[in-house]
Design a protein around this ligand. Structure first.
Ligand code: C2G
Length: 449
């Protein structure tokens, strides 16, 4: 008897799951299905699982395709199961290609092509809860986003929109998506929500049109470069009853959320100063250094330090200035120090594409300070430090993968909750970030060095 094993979360059981089990079963005579526990999913960084383990086991049982159902509880269990149940074939979806090659030492490994476009309208009622997402753009961040989306339950990336047919075809093949489209209106008709990962200057138009058509929008940062445009987009989202969210990944990550609430708790006293730095050296003819594509350190990177500043000190700063080192030929800033003065506190954000510095964050209060080492925007570890260092505290929170899964998980979760907004990044906070970027771009209080 040929025995096959496969594993999965099987949350909101859909056509992709059913087809996978069907084909896995056909590979042999007896199919063992491992269903992941909530704990294991958490430890492997899977977010937003909506059904309980019991419900998910029932999903698999009701498919009638499993001869035996087991529970997957820990990293490395697959090797033990394969030996324990005398398994001949390990089968899994092609989204995991290469990941399970280590199992070849124990049995045959077969990657089955994943099902594209699982949540067609026809299946919608059955799949209750699966969000159809489309991506605008096929650059580096879009590639990373798709990889991360596999770790978020309840959403499927269906298709991609962009101007270049060849790039679209490549992207769709690489990521096994259901469709590509060069017509934005037709693209929007096929999805519930859109992730905008195109160049900065295109964000407003794409977001605006998607909202107009009643689609939820997750837009890469900086969402737009003018405050009145952010306001217009949020007001449109509100009128249409859909979600608009700025994709600043840090805002949604567990470590950063804990950092903010701890800093606000009074543990370090009143916050008087914030120093946040983010630099990334880049070279060549790239978008980041192209003035016509709104490149430069502030537009590329300032969203992150401004995020922590607005979260802790609010959006009502009283005064500001910018010290900036420019590449005069390219007309882009290679390093900028943003100084903000509030009624009771001051803050500095340093960003650089042509100057390297330590990417850390210090939040200084009247009783102590919080130190977050580089890269603080992927908040994993931080220390609360006092004059008497025996009172110091250390905290660690895992930051999974590229962190893009956190913004996507929040996006899906607020769509499902019908709440349509989140305290993790509010419209007022997004507006403040845009306002600072806008002031810089219009040259107000910019002192060049
Ligand atoms: N799948 C598919 N087509 C889809 C979606 C999922 O073929 N459109 C497959 C996946 O590749 C996987 C199975 O269905 O083989 C279960 O998918 P999930 O429930 O998302 O579980 P997953 O996170 O892939 O768990 O130990 C767990 C495993 O590593 C995989």
């Amino acid at each position: 008897m040929k025995k096959v094993i496969t594993y999965g979360t099987f949350d909101l059981f859909h056509e992709g799951h059913r087809r996978l089990l069907q084909r896995a079963k056909k590979l042999g005579d007896y199919l063992v299905v491992g269903v992941t526990t909530d704990n294991y999913d958490e430890s492997r960084g899977k977010l937003n699982v909506q059904q309980s383990l019991m419900e998910r086991i029932k999903n698999v049982k009701d498919s009638g395709l499993a001869d035996q159902i087991i529970i997957e509880e820990y990293e490395g269990q697959k090797i033990n199961d394969i030996q324990k149940y005398n398994i001949d074939i390990f089968a899994i979806g092609s989204d995991w290609i290469g990941k399970f090659d280590y199992i070849k030492e124990y049995c045959e490994v077969i990657y089955l092509e994943r099902t594209k476009g699982i949540s067609s309208t026809q299946l919608r009622a059955v799949n209750n809860g699966m969000l159809k997402l489309g991506i605008v753009g096929y650059g580096r961040i879009a590639n990373r986003f798709i990889r991360e989306s596999k770790y978020v339950s309840g959403v499927n990336v269906e298709g991609v929109y962009g101007p270049n047919l060849n790039s679209l075809k490549k992207f769709v093949n690489k990521h096994e998506l259901a469709f590509y489209e060069t017509n934005y209106d037709i693209f929007l008709e096929q999805i519930d929500a859109v992730y905008i990962a195109s160049p900065h200057l295109t964000h407003y138009e794409y977001s605006n049109k998607a909202l107009e058509k009643g689609k939820h929008v997750l837009c890469e940062k900086p969402m737009v470069l003018k405050m009145d445009q952010v306001e217009k987009l949020y007001s449109k989202a509100k009128n249409k009853g859909v979600v608009l969210l700025e994709a600043i990944k840090t805002a949604y990550s567990p470590g950063f959320i804990r950092l903010i609430s701890l800093a606000k708790s009074g543990l370090i006293g009143d916050i008087k100063n914030i120093d946040a730095t983010f630099t990334k050296l880049v070279k060549g003819d790239i978008r980041e250094l192209d003035a016509l594509a709104a490149g430069g350190s502030v537009t590329e990177l300032a969203s992150y330090p401004l995020l922590v500043i607005v979260k802790l000190l609010g959006s009502q700063f009283e005064d500001y200035n910018f010290y900036s080192y420019y590449d005069d030929e390219k007309n882009v800033d290679l390093f900028t120090k943003i100084n903000l003065k509030y009624k009771d506190a001051i803050a500095t954000a340093k960003v650089g594409l042509g100057v390297k510095s330590e990417g850390d964050l210090i939040i200084s209060g009247t009783k102590g300070y919080i130190y977050v080492p580089s890269p603080w925007w992927k908040t994993e570890y931080f220390e609360v430090r006092f004059e008497d260092f025996s009172n110091n505290k250390k905290q660690y929170h895992k930051f999974e993968g590229d962190g893009l899964r956190y913004e996507l998980a929040e996006f899906v979760s607020i769509i499902n909750s019908k709440n349509l907004q989140t305290y993790k990044l509010t419209s007022t906070e997004s507006c403040m970030i845009a306002k600072v970027i806008e002031n810089f771009r219009s040259g107000i209080n910019v002192i060049k060095i």
